[in-house]
Design a protein around this ligand. Structure first.
Ligand code: E4P
Length: 217
């Protein structure tokens, strides 16, 4: 399973990249706004900055919701760097745009996916990635990881090549369960990635080893 970081914060991207386990980055308008990025030029510059840190796929989300505007908007970041993936919402014009980008050889990430039916449509349109939002599903009293299982199963049976990118990750257990469910990619906030490191027995064991090591000097 590939690890993407779900942030527009350059320091966090650098920190995750420094671990040597980072495969890519996803952003969204809320994450960009949180970093104070405003206006088309600043947005494009920020994607360029991210691409100087990470070689892997970087999802740049469009703000438009009609076909012509999605295409016009998505072409700009796609022209910046070969690792940019245009992130398009799961709406009717979004599906048309994903098919259009696919035909041009531009990679896409279909976002705001909450059902298997939506995931089938995204795959039919040729999306490179489909992003089911598992944390938001959990928030509405359903099990988001169940949807990952279902989409992975459907894609295998049907031979779809779209990669299942588990999004809206809230904790380390989500990452483990998505790996178990067969997700191709997990996009995670930095604390969830770092949460994978934690186990109290590791801390206790290390403290004991370090204490005993003093007797070896
Ligand atoms: C996915 O690509 C989105 O950026 C993200 O995972 C949404 O997560 P949230 O539900 O925590 O906002």
């Amino acid at each position: 399973m590939k690890f993407f970081i779900d942030t527009a914060n350059l320091d966090q991207i650098r920190e995750a990249h420094g671990l040597g386990i980072l495969d890519g980055v996803t952003t969204n308008p809320s994450l960009m706004a949180k970093e104070g990025i405003k206006g088309e030029q600043a947005i494009l510059k920020h994607y360029q900055d991210i691409c100087t840190i990470v070689d892997g796929p970087v999802s740049a989300e469009v703000l438009s919701i009609d076909f012509d505007s999605i295409v016009a908007e998505g072409e700009k970041p796609a022209a910046l760097a070969s690792n940019i993936v245009v992130k398009v919402p799961m709406i009717k014009d979004g599906i048309r745009a994903i098919k259009w980008f696919t035909d041009q050889g531009i990679k896409t990430n279909c976002t705001l996916v909450f059902s298997a039916g939506q995931a089938i449509l995204a795959a039919k349109a040729g999306a490179t990635y489909v992003s089911p939002f598992i944390g938001r599903i959990d928030d509405s009293n359903w099990d988001g990881v169940d949807l990952i299982h279902q989409i992975v199963q459907i894609y295998r049976i049907q031979g779809f090549e779209t990669e299942v990118l588990a999004a809206s990750i809230r904790n380390a257990l989500h990452i483990v369960r998505c790996a178990e469910a067969g997700a191709d990619v997990c996009t995670c906030p930095l604390p969830s990635i770092l949460g994978l490191l934690k186990h109290p027995l590791t801390d206790l064991g290390l403290a004991q080893f370090l204490a005993d090591a003093k007797n070896m000097a």
